[in-house]
Write a protein of this length. Structure first.
Lengths: 496, 333
């Protein structure tokens, strides 16, 4: 067994009124990738903030190479060899790789910058982790994955980094970019760095981690070897109950179910001649790599962008969808992955958001019927279990999963029969994810039809009745859930 | 849940700030000002609030959508000039001249709305353009001649001031009729903003325009409506400016828009859109008016009034930033 480089034991942390961490353990070995998982609020970030010196612990010990240490400040943590790479990239797009890595501690010769030396040092650093990027490349020319790696290289450039914390490094990456990142992480492991890997994407833990430490409600649950466990077991530990919906083995939609939405020959500058049918009560998955044109297609369907050609039929009748208002009138509701940008008015209340598309029918001769809005929003808050103190609370104060439910509620109140869910579970934790899954199945059981775009194949395979696969703006394949496998979908998704 | 209660408390405290400031200022000047605490001074305060008040009611809607209107002042002057011009030079009946005054405001508002909502010009640029255009048009039509509205003693249209500014009712001499107008339109503006679909969409657009659009709201239509409604209020402010000052000089009005905008901002409406109240605007306008009259009652003349108004603007915007910060802190927590 490899040497233990970090041992956190019996960590306690209190915030006013909250017992944030209760007797938490964490052990990291040399050259391993250990996943730290838990729902939002489980205490992962608090623990990491203690490790990187942002918070001080109230009780417990931290040992580095068997020596007890007190970590006083982020700078002190860095001196001790502990570095963190945050989910959001903090690179300056117009500067070069070298300038970014040495920002704030530039190499100088007298009063001037010594760019040559700085570039040489950067090339050495990048070479040592087998990263094939030139020090002189402006960061904006790099892919997001490569930028992520530059961030990691930057973290390593601080002397003797031995413990590296990666906070959701894959959140904004495409499938192929993630592969790129993973092989990079594997090379890092080989140099003996211990990596703590925080992620909400359960499926990738199998690929990259050696062990998994699970936290729940500020407490340590268990640490398991990745090889000896299943993802469902890990998820169960995280939430304390069995949660995921059973995967579908066959379609729940009868063969003769009516077609409720039909799109024919849709095209725009990105979308190329896309046609598909959605049947009543169906969950139609849309798979594809990032940039395959799935979101763009759906934005045409819901009138968010103008289309060059194509017809849209709802219940067999052609509808003129030229603005989102037309689509909403036809009963098509769109839920975006980026709910903050496209879905919600964060500074308004839950009730106002839920009522927004339906305001026409909730207005009397002159005034808005606030009591009716109140009644309806309460009804939906209850029906789909939105956790909010009241219907007057600002949407901003809710968690991601609950915000997503508010978007769903607003389309349900509008009585939309066709719901387009674009990455509905991105950035929300497992517990909330499983609730969204459950809700989707309930919705289709009551006759709603759903189109679901997702970049997580396991999620698509769990939920869809049928999967349409797109690549570079075209539909390249369609598989019934009974015959769908990840391999099959990936083949279509890369069919250029 | 805990955070929610904390936040609600904070917001209540913040909304109390403006009325509190108004009361404190009033008391302060009553103590230190000459003859400040009197019915005459109260009338003065009211009368110098009318036209700014109407302007501010209108622009409150625009600022809540996240926009701005720089043409308030010059459009107000332009409409008052054109109204006086057709009344005096072309002998239109006063009532028609008044309707035209409001109509000019509405037209400019509609133009602003079209530029901003349909043609997607940034509000700052669009209204900067109409600010200059309206100033120019007022001068062109009147051949750069000052125009006068009827005074109280004139045989034709002598009722003008009596209806809009002050009138004697039996024993009550100099009753501030304008205050009634202001209150009536304040109530109307409040109802539109807080109780109608129009108001609800105003907030939605300001909070997240794209989300509003994707919810099926015809953003172009409603936003044009918001600017047009503001134009209506600006036209009204033209009437009240005319009633208060009688003579309108072409080429003026520049800078008056800031009085309106300042009133809105002091009243707690966020410049980033999505939040605000009409009652805040009313109080903001009165704060400015009290400040102006109070300073002059203390013997400080126009330059000082300008200086302090500037100070209050900065203070109010700082407050806005603090408010946003507080809201963001809650979001993260």
């Amino acid at each position: 067994m490899a040497e233990t480089i970090l041992y956190m034991h019996g960590i306690q942390k209190y915030f006013p009124g909250v017992h944030a961490l209760d007797d938490v353990h964490l052990e990291l070995r040399k050259g391993e990738v250990m996943a730290l998982v838990g729902e939002n609020g489980a205490g992962k970030s608090t623990l990491m903030k203690i490790l990187t010196g942002i918070y001080s612990k109230d009780e417990g010990t931290i040992e580095l190479y068997g020596q007890p240490v007190e970590i006083h400040s982020p700078r002190h943590a860095q001196e001790l060899g502990i570095s963190i790479v945050h989910q959001e990239l903090n690179l300056m797009q117009d500067l070069t790789v070298a300038e970014n890595i040495f920002i704030g501690r530039e190499t100088t010769k007298g009063a001037f910058l010594d760019k040559k030396k700085q570039n040489r040092m950067t090339d050495e650093l990048l070479g040592s982790v087998h990263l094939d990027i030139s020090a002189k490349t402006p960061v904006k020319h790099l892919s997001v994955a490569k930028q992520q790696m530059v961030e990691i290289a930057k973290a390593l450039s601080y002397n003797n980094t031995k413990i590296l914390i990666l906070d959701e490094p894959s959140a904004s990456l495409t499938t192929s970019e993630i592969e790129d990142l993973f092989s990079f992480i594997r090379r890092l492991k080989a140099t003996g760095v211990g990596i703590i890997y925080i992620s909400h994407r359960m499926e990738e833990l199998k690929d990259i981690t050696d062990r998994i430490t699970v936290m729940r409600d500020g407490q340590y649950v268990d640490t398991v070897n990745t090889a000896d466990t299943t993802i469902d077991q890990v998820v169960q530990m995280m939430v304390g109950r069995v949660i995921y919906e059973e995967p579908k083995t066959h379609s729940n939609v009868p063969a003769d179910a009516p077609v409720i939405l039909e799109a024919e020959h849709l095209s725009s500058n990105v979308v190329k001649d896309v046609s598909f049918q959605l049947r009543k009560g169906e969950i139609l998955g849309f798979a594809g790599l990032m940039g395959a044109g799935r979101t763009e297609t759906m934005r045409l369907v819901c009138g968010a962008d103008p289309r060059d050609t194509g017809t849209i039929r709802v219940n067999g009748e052609e509808v003129r969808v030229r603005t989102p208002a037309d689509a909403v009138k036809a009963g098509i509701g769109y839920l975006s992955e980026d709910r903050k940008l496209f879905g919600l008015c964060l500074s308004l209340s839950v009730a106002d958001n839920i009522a927004m598309p339906s305001l026409d029918s909730l207005t009397g001769a002159l005034f808005v019927k606030d009591k009716l809005i109140e009644k309806h929003s309460r009804e939906y808050i209850e029906k789909i279990n939105v956790k909010t103190p009241s219907s007057h609370s600002l949407v901003r104060s809710l968690s991601g999963g609950n915000q997503q439910k508010v978007v769903i509620a607003k389309w349900l109140l509008r009585d939309c029969d066709i719901l387009i869910f674009d990455e509905p579970t991105r950035g929300i934790d497992v517990g909330a994810k499983s609730e969204i899954y459950k809700l989707m199945n309930q919705l289709t059981a009551t006759g709603k039809s759903i189109i679901m775009i997702s970049s997580e194949l396991p999620e698509l395979l769990r939920m869809s009745d049928r999967v349409v696969v797109m690549c570079e703006g075209r539909v390249t394949g369609e598989v019934d859930i009974a015959d769908a496998t990840q391999e099959k979908i990936m083949t279509y998704a890369t069919m250029r | 849940m805990k955070q929610e209660t904390i936040k609600t408390k904070k917001i209540n405290w913040q909304t109390l700030l403006a009325p509190l400031a108004l009361v404190i200022l009033y008391i302060f000047f009553s103590i230190f000002g000459n003859n400040f605490f009197s019915a005459d001074m109260l009338k003065n305060i009211l009368e110098s609030s009318y036209y700014i008040g109407f302007m501010a009611f209108g622009v409150t809607f625009i600022i809540i959508t996240g926009g701005i209107d720089l043409s308030l002042g010059t459009v107000m002057m332009c409409s008052a000039l054109i109204g006086a011009y057709v009344f005096k030079q072309h002998h239109w009946p006063l009532i028609l001249a008044l309707l035209l005054t409001v109509g000019v405001g509405v037209l400019f508002g509609f133009l602003n709305g079209t530029l901003v909502a349909r043609l997607k010009l940034p509000p700052f640029i669009a209204t900067l353009g109409t600010m200059m255009m309206s100033q120019g048009i007022g001068s062109i039509i009147t051949s750069v001649q000052s125009q006068t509205w009827p005074t109280a003693t004139e045989p034709v249209g002598g009722w003008f001031k009596k209806v809009f500014i002050r009138n004697d009712f039996a024993s009550f001499r100099g009753f501030p009729v304008g205050a009634l107008w202001l209150i009536v339109f304040f109530v109307i503006a409040t109802l539109i903003l807080h109780k109608t679909k129009f108001g609800r969409y105003t907030f939605a657009i300001g909070s997240n325009e794209e989300a509003a659009r994707l919810s099926g709201i015809n953003v172009i239509k409603w936003k044009t409506g918001v600017y047009t409604l503001c134009g209506f209020f600006v036209g009204m402010s033209g009437i009240f400016y005319a009633a208060a000052y009688t003579t309108i000089t072409p080429g003026t009005g520049n800078g008056q828009e800031m009085n309106g905008i300042t009133g809105v901002v002091i009243g707690g409406t966020s410049m980033s859109g999505g939040s605000g109240t009409m009652v805040g605007t009313l109080i903001g306008v009165f704060i400015m008016s009290v400040l102006k009259n109070g300073l002059s009652a203390c013997g400080l003349q126009a330059p000082w009034q300008t200086f302090f108004t500037g100070l209050v603007v900065i203070g109010a915007v700082l407050l806005d930033i603090q408010r946003t910060k507080a809201a963001n802190r809650v979001k993260k927590g």
